[in-house]
Design a protein around this ligand. Structure first.
Ligand SMILES: Nc1ncnc2c1ncn2[C@@H]1O[C@H](COP(=O)(O)OP(=O)(O)O)[C@@H](O)[C@H]1O
Ligand SMILES: Cc1ncc(COP(=O)(O)O)c(N)n1
Length: 271
């Protein structure tokens, strides 16, 4: 069988819970071949981010070229891109290699509050990267920053999703982890025509470090396999849910997910 290959362009999390590490664990568990281009190294653990060390544009370009000129990718996922120049470079490479299965997780701020994207880069994200995306997966604060609108209700979220679609994203998922008003977590998909909501029980836990990265990596792996976006988002939500429910106690702050949970608990990720 032809191997399915997925590239993540993102930051490294030394604590192993988010970023490149979460992406590669997710790819492996969802049975696609994972590859990475690292944009920045973070010194990070469950308590927060202790340091951010961006790589040079040359180092990032070279990593992407190594993959583009030899291995290729059935889908590309972007995470922490740090600044405007890095976003522009990633856009150029996506166009150069004609990658069209692009899942953009517009990472801005780590759960502990540390900035992972310079503020002026939001404009580049909006104008350059979003138009190249098959799916964009902001959380609520990221959707607010990208649209300039406050999101309180589901109607607000639908309006924001429409605006992000107008900016050129083919599909928009506004994730609901940050909507603490409800006992449910509701992720909202807009495909340009219809809204689809995905509901799961909110788990009351501190172990949510890396949920966004894991979610977008799971969507990318399913898109690479040729699943519809509607199915891909459902599979991703269930995979994240399972990985939070069965998280391990690692570190003394916001702990990581257990990406291998589905092996013992059983989740049909091919539905
Ligand atoms: N406490 C929770 N219980 C269950 N699912 C959650 C919880 N927090 C987040 N999720 C799920 O994790 C994914 C990422 O959501 P979110 O927290 O909004 O993004 P981010 O990690 O980018 O801030 C979504 O699919 C969401 O449904
Ligand atoms: C290198 C890196 N990239 C992304 C995140 C966001 O993580 P989350 O998935 O919890 O929003 C992070 N904390 N570190």
């Amino acid at each position: 069988m032809k191997p399915i290959k997925v590239l993540t362009i993102a930051g490294s999390d030394s604590g192993g819970g988010a970023g490149i590490q979460a992406d590669l664990k997710t790819f492996q568990e969802l049975e696609v071949f994972g590859m990475s281009a690292i944009t920045a190294i973070t010194a990070q653990n469950t308590l927060g981010v202790q340091g951010v060390y961006p790589l040079s544009l040359e180092a990032v370009a070279n990593q992407i070229d190594s993959i583009g000129t030899d291995i290729g990718a059935d889908a590309v996922k972007t995470g922490m891109l740090f600044n405007s120049e890095m976003i522009q470079l990633v856009c150029d490479k996506i166009q150069q290699y004609q990658w069209d299965n692009v899942v953009v997780d517009p990472v801005m701020i780590a759960k502990g509050g540390a900035s992972l994207l310079q503020e002026e880069a939001v404009k580049t994200m909006r104008e350059k990267l979003i138009p190249l995306s098959k799916v964009i997966t902001p959380n609520i604060p990221e959707a607010e920053a990208l649209t300039g609108k406050t999101i309180q209700s589901m109607e607000d979220r639908q309006e924001a999703a429409k605006l992000l679609h107008q900016l050129g994203a083919q599909n928009v998922v506004i994730k609901g982890g940050h909507d603490l008003n409800s006992d449910q977590v509701v992720d909202l998909l807009f495909d340009g025509t219809e809204f689809t909501t995905y509901k799961s029980k909110r788990i009351h836990t501190n172990n949510t470090h890396g949920t966004g990265c894991t979610f977008a990596a799971a969507v990318a792996s399913q898109v690479a396999k040729g699943k519809t976006i509607i199915d891909a988002v459902g599979i991703a939500q269930r995979f994240v849910h399972m990985s939070i429910v069965n998280s391990m106690q690692i570190g003394s702050g916001h702990g990581p997910l257990n990406h291998a949970a589905h092996r013992t608990v059983g989740v049909n990720h091919n539905v």
